[in-house]
Design a protein around this ligand. Structure first.
Ligand SMILES: Nc1ncnc2c1ncn2[C@@H]1O[C@H](COP(=O)(O)OP(=O)(O)O)[C@@H](O)[C@H]1O
Ligand SMILES: [Mg+2]
Length: 428
């Protein structure tokens, strides 16, 4: 059994204290600084560095320096040292301790970069993990040459340092991974919150749209009832009275006057017929079912011109197709809504409806050269205005898309594109 003398006990105790101090550290930077300070203390060196292998083991990255305070540009240019078999790198390449009494006179010495302090005595030891070098500790300029004891002490301590460095690296890696993960989670949470808000907004809008639709239907019924009461019904009452008087006049043998009355009745019935046609047209345009979209749109444009005084040009391109009636009426209603908006809001002098039958889709464009509007602002604050939203919903329910191209002062173009391949019924 080897005898342990007092000085060795002291050294062992110092080494133990240092190991304890070192293993309490977390960040790589503090591990490197503390380890290097300990090494200088253990060996009475003036200068030292820790290098870790880098660039696939082809270079040494000097990650800590003490006893010399390099400028940041010096450090930047010189911290990567190629691993060549010179006195400084041999401890890594040969995986052993290397000593020199005077580095300047070493056969394989390398010149030092300008600004580097001169190196005299030198001791280098590898930092090993499972016997493989991951870097080295280099110490220099101990006033006396380095002895076996220093080498042993440093090798023992370096084994501890290597483990603590690897732990700190893993810890930092873990921190970075955690941070990246947290960022991802935060980003995803924000996206989800936004999606939730959008969905909630959409649900509210749809709810409003639904109740508005019910209201509109109710109002529409009221209007039709009113129209029939004020128009058709009054006319029919007039016709009945006129018939009564014709009857009376016939009874009196007043043939000429009776004929007058009958003529009046005939005229009234013509007007009733016209009124009823109008009402039927509003309920469901008969041209649409009988002849399809293009003629129905033309017919509506004529009526639109009559009622609003705004010219409406209709163009049809491609070969008109018949679509399921549910789709045709939906497209027709969308066109009505867009033209209605043009007449109410655009202050326009001209409108146009273009129907383009492509081989696989139908495009409907409704445009005006009026005052245009700020679409984003309208969409953001569109409570109560549900025409645009309704058009959007119609487009989606048709499996198509709606594009509203507008800006203040630039007119408005509403374009609906609906895929037709699977929906084509009969070729006209
Ligand atoms: N062709 C257009 N020209 C100018 N402004 C328009 C046009 N179409 C829509 N707008 C603007 O967009 C708003 C929303 O339209 P819409 O949803 O149809 O609701 P509403 O017609 O009931 O106001 C309108 O109030 C108007 O300011
Ligand atoms: Mg509208």
């Amino acid at each position: 059994m080897t005898q342990v003398n007092g000085a060795q006990v002291q050294r062992l105790q110092a080494l133990y204290q240092m190991a304890v101090e070192l293993s309490a550290l977390r960040s790589l930077e503090s591990v490197l600084d503390t380890a290097l300070r300990h090494c200088l203390e253990l060996t009475g060196s003036q200068f030292g560095f820790i290098g870790l292998t880098a660039v696939n083991g082809k270079a040494l990255d000097v990650v800590a320096i003490q006893g010399f305070n390099p400028s940041s540009s010096f450090y930047h240019h010189n911290h990567l040292i190629p691993l060549r078999p010179n006195i400084f790198a041999r401890s890594v390449l040969e995986n052993r301790a290397v000593r020199s009494v005077d580095a300047v006179t070493e056969p394989n010495r390398v010149g030092q970069p300008p600004g580097h302090p001169p190196v005299g005595t030198f001791l280098g030891v590898p930092l090993r993990l499972q016997d493989e070098p991951i870097g080295m500790i280099g110490l220099a300029n101990r006033p006396e040459p380095y002895e076996d004891d220093h080498e042993q002490l440093l090798l023992t301590y370096a084994a501890q340092v290597a483990i603590v460095i690897r732990n700190a690296q893993l810890y930092e890696q873990l921190q970075a991974n955690n941070e990246a993960l947290e960022q991802k989670v935060r980003r995803r949470t924000r996206q989800l919150e936004k999606a939730k808000e959008t969905l909630a907004m959409k649900a509210t809008q749809l709810q409003t749209l639904l109740s508005e639709t019910v209201d509109v239907q109710e109002r529409e019924r009221q209007r039709i009832a009113q129209d029939m009461h004020d128009g058709t019904n009054q006319l029919l009452i007039g016709a009945l009275l006129e018939l009564k008087s014709a009857h009376k006049r016939l009874g009196n043998g007043d043939l000429a006057l009776a004929e007058n009355s009958l003529e009046t009745v005939q005229n009234i019935l013509h007007r009733v017929e016209a009124e009823i046609k109008n009402i039927i047209h509003d309920l469901r345009p008969p041209t649409l079912d009988a002849l399809g979209l293009a003629p129905a749109v033309r017919r509506y444009a004529e009526r639109f011109e009559q009622y609003t005084g705004i010219p409406c040009v209709v163009t049809v391109q491609g070969e008109p197709l018949r679509l399921p009636s549910r789709m045709e009426i939906s497209i027709y209603r969308l066109m009505q809504e867009a033209l209605q908006n043009a007449s109410v809001h655009a202050q326009t002098g001209r409108t146009e409806v273009a129907l383009v039958f492509e081989p696989d889709c139908l495009r409907l464009a409704v445009l005006d050269n009026g005052r245009g509007f700020d679409l984003t602002a309208v969409q953001r604050h569109n409570s109560g205005h549900l025409g645009l939203l309704g058009m959007q919903e119609r487009a989606e329910s048709l499996g198509g898309s709606l594009l509203i191209d507008t800006a203040p002062g630039q007119g408005t173009r509403v374009t609906l594109t609906v895929p037709t391949l699977e929906n084509t019924e009969v070729k006209m």
